[in-house]
Design a protein around this ligand. Sequence first.
Ligand code: NAP
Length: 276
Amino acid sequence: MIVVTGATGNVGRALVDRLLAAGRPVRALTRDPRRAALPDGAEVVRFQPDEPAALFGGATALFLYAQAAAPDLLAAARARGVRHVVLLSSGIVQEGADETHPIHVMHATAEQQIRDSKLAWTFLRPNAFATNALQWAPQIRAGDTVRGVFADALSAPIHEDDIAAVAERVLLDGGHEGAVHRLTGPGATSNAEQVAAIGAALGRELTFVETDPGEAGPELFPHVPPQMLERLLRTFGETVGVPPEITDTVEKTTGVPARTFAQWARDHAGDFAGRA
Ligand SMILES: NC(=O)c1ccc[n+]([C@@H]2O[C@H](COP(=O)([O-])OP(=O)(O)OC[C@H]3O[C@@H](n4cnc5c(N)ncnc54)[C@H](OP(=O)(O)O)[C@@H]3O)[C@@H](O)[C@H]2O)c1
């Protein structure tokens, strides 16, 4: 049995689908099973850290979101037979990083808790997710102009299902214990180019209109915890015109090249469609 936290998230949901397709029993955790809409094949369990028997009975592996990590939870998992934990960490954790950055703190803390837990571990450290582009979906559904910050900020966005594909191999194949996998998409793309790629997937011409970061409110960043926005805007600003890290870990681990942002946009065209 593999326990998946964040099972309603972009990565967790893709991983649940993959593990079920591979014929593996999956326990999908969510804080609200009624709204989870998870596949029938998964055992859906309410995420209640104070009831670890229900979470970990019969389980051997755990896919963990950093938000769900806690020493007690890890101890309970180990006590009930879990041997391997795969953490969805972040590329922000690396040599020379600003260790006071709130996103660094969250993921580095989870990694340390896992190291301290005596469980075998694998850390997945993806950089920018392609799903961050969903921040523009309300504007694209409403019209052809997208207001956003830093038109020329560069990233190598990764498809959520490529992260799930790596997690699947790590969980099922063994041999990744103690490994840190830095994960990215296959190429650099700017914010303005991403919006253009979404337009191409929709058969529409979209225009990116750069907004002053000082005037960008949380409504433009639904995927960013509001208390982290100010610091994150500075991080985004630092990527303008700077070539991003690109790794080949997705292909090395899964045997399949990481998908491009254009492919992601085609896969998600339905999320952006809707203009009358
Ligand atoms: N966005 C990026 O560019 C980026 C880059 C590097 C790393 N990351 C990491 O990836 C995560 C986002 O992944 P995603 O896009 O797949 O997530 P998502 O779609 O935003 O979903 C978040 C998931 O986490 C669960 N969750 C949230 N808070 C929780 C808590 N306190 N305890 C237990 N479960 C909790 C939610 O489950 P329920 O609501 O169903 O309980 C939901 O399934 C980030 O939070 C970060 O850790 C993101």
